[in-house]
Design a protein around this ligand. Sequence first.
Ligand code: ADP
Ligand code: MG
Length: 234
Amino acid sequence: MAILTASHLKKYYGKDESLVKALDDVNVSIEEGQFAAVIGTSGSGKSTLLNMLGGLDVPTSGSVQIEGNKLEEMSEEQLTVFRRKRIGFIFQNYNLIPYLTAYENIVLPVRLDGKKEDKKFLKEIVNFLELDGKLSNYPSHLSGGQQQRVAIARALITKPALLLCDEPTGNLDSRTSDKVIDLLKMTSEKFHQTIVMITHNPEIAQKADRRIRIEDGRIQSDETVYETDSRVTA
Ligand code: ADP
Ligand code: MG
């Protein structure tokens, strides 16, 4: 089942001679549980696409549906609430709040919703992301990899329909980067979490089970890797 569908998505910036067609008729559906990578060179429209899919910016035309909800039909207020509840965002710069501890950062989306976090689930994700012992640290007292793992925990705490990641390893060294990508892959498997991840790095894209290549605001190719069952049955 498609959890996300974008139809005839266009995003133009500027006008007349300075018109930039950042997205030019993009059509894409993401299946539930899929770990999809969006790849392409700098300026190809990757971030613009992610911002449209996550309702962070408004398309020039076209439609985005998440779990059957059309983002373009929501008021700004409805969209804010929908994003907080149903979409998890992960950015290159972690975007943690510096004056909150790791724990306070992680539970923030739940608290903003006026709720208390599910303690058991919190423990599960903290353990899974190997953040035990780090929860009282402020972001400035965490390594880049730890900060990104806190950001992943914060994105997962609401059990979102969709995790959107824009160059999540862009600021990390290659070893830490591998670890974060492996964690995202494991997240997709363990929690059946749908993930759309932007990367310009082909090696990182290789870990995803689908690769959508975008060039000049258009989808150039789209390949899904199906797991083959290698067991031999007698
Ligand atoms: P990518 O993430 O693949 O590097 P972007 O989506 O950021 O690409 O940008 C796609 C194109 O749109 C680029 O030509 C970029 O300069 C342009 N662009 C992006 N954001 C804006 C903006 N806010 N105003 C004007 N042009 C923009
Ligand atoms: Mg970008």
